[in-house]
Design a protein around this ligand. Structure first.
Ligand code: NAD
Ligand code: TDX
Length: 335
């Protein structure tokens, strides 16, 4: 039996990972440790709130004493770190929290794992650390060339963690996933933003020409890949996660209006994101050679996602407006 401290477990991928871990055969205990920023919500964990192997602790990964106390109190042996500021547009407008959580916060977790002799730190990273690639795919040993303050913070956090593996032998594994979508994703990210806008007949703002390419991964596949690396990954190694489902933003927006029976005229081209990465793509042989594979096609994941937002308005309506979205609309959607 392991006891996992899932930092950032009340956010989109973290909550889906917790659901995944608690519904499969295992005795693992799951302690979610989350600051509950705007992106972290107890509602995301409502389905497992009474599960006998689940507990929630509100806390910040930048607070070393609190992380240590939680590890001690619950006999944690493994930390899986999802906690991050995760939205590129917010990092462009105000990078401060990104540097704190995505860099310093990772350092704190490394220190705790080192000081307390834990069995594993698994750090969840992103395709964005490599930067854009016009053709071909990045492999795990390619150099980092991040563009946005978000991507640079994630790259910096990873470099700190890797230095702890090299210098102190920290039992570290890393995964770098591509753009992930599915239930519980905050409606500031493109897919849930577009779906919820389309439901309300609000324009879908496509940055620039809409031809930027992202590889799309359904969230349960992202969760299963992390669980797989926790069991089969080798310390000191990073693993790309992708499912070979490259799509332009324009194609995704078109599929959304079609699926919801809305007019294509809802799609509006707006001012581009500064330094917008034109394409991300990852080679996944390292992970598939170990035996992991994705199980949800884009068609199936897309249909499930659209249906989930249609059926769960009570989840997204309360967070569909507010300071950020109002500010964002001014910054990005007015030409
Ligand atoms: P999210 O923004 O939905 O959730 C982040 C969670 O971290 C929230 O619950 C938030 O409250 C929590 N958090 C933030 N700062 C914290 C702090 N200082 N201490 C404790 N908790 C804190 O993000 P997500 O989309 O679920 O992403 C999860 C992880 O996966 C991130 O590390 C992100 O970089 C990475 N990632 C995301 C994607 C994607 O497409 N969403 C793709 C690849 C990698
Ligand atoms: O309104 C929009 N219009 C638009 O055209 C928004 C919000 C986005 N976009 C474009 C920008 C990107 O090319 O859609 C694409 C996807 O945008 P986001 O959903 O913001 O994702 P991205 O910037 O690619 O980053 C995501 O994937 C990698 C996550 O937010 C990161 O946390 C993850 O590391």
């Amino acid at each position: 039996m392991r006891t996992l401290l899932v930092t950032g477990g009340a956010g989109f991928i973290g909550a889906n990972f917790v659901h995944y871990m608690l519904t499969r055969e295992s005795n693992d205990r799951i302690i979610v440790y989350d600051k509950l920023t705007y992106a972290g919500r107890r509602e995301n964990l409502a389905a497992v709130a009474d599960h006998p192997r689940f507990l929630f602790v509100q806390g910040d990964i930048c607070e070393m004493a609190q992380v240590r106390a939680t590890v001690e109190q619950y006999n944690v042996d493994t930390i899986v770190n999802f906690a991050a500021e995760s939205h590129v547009d917010r990092s462009i407008l105000d990078p401060d929290a990104f540097v704190k959580t995505d860099v310093y916060g990772v350092y704190v977790l490394c220190e705790v794992v080192k000081q307390m002799g834990l069995a594993r730190l698994h750090h969840v990273s992103t395709d964005e650390v490599y930067g854009p690639i016009a053709e071909g795919k990045f492999r795990e040993d390619d150099r980092f060339m991040p563009t946005s303050p978000y991507a640079a913070s994630k790259a910096s956090g990873e470099l700190i963690a890797l230095s702890y593996y090299r210098t102190y032998g920290l039992p570290l594994t890393i995964t770098r996933g591509v753009n992930t979508y599915g239930p519980y994703q905050y409606p500031e990210k493109a897919i849930p933003l577009f779906i919820t806008n389309a439901i309300d007949d609000i324009p879908l703002p496509l940055y620039g020409n809409g031809l930027q390419v992202r590889d799309r991964l359904y969230v349960t596949d992202h969760a299963s890949a992390i669980a797989f690396v926790l069991e089969h990954g080798k310390p000191g190694e990073a693993y790309n996660i992708a499912a070979d489902m490259e799509k332009t933003n324009l194609e995704v927006a078109q599929r959304i209006v079609q699926a919801l029976g809305k007019p294509a005229a809802l799609i509006q081209f707006v001012k581009d994101r500064p330094a917008h990465d034109v394409r991300y793509a990852l080679a996944t042989e390292k992970l598939t050679a170990l035996g992991w594979q994705a199980s949800v096609s884009f068609e199936e994941g897309f249909e499930r996602t659209v249906r989930w937002y249609q059926e769960n308005e009570n989840w997204w309506r309360p967070i569909k407006s507010g300071d950020w979205l109002d500010y964002y609309r001014k910054q990005y959607t007015e030409r």
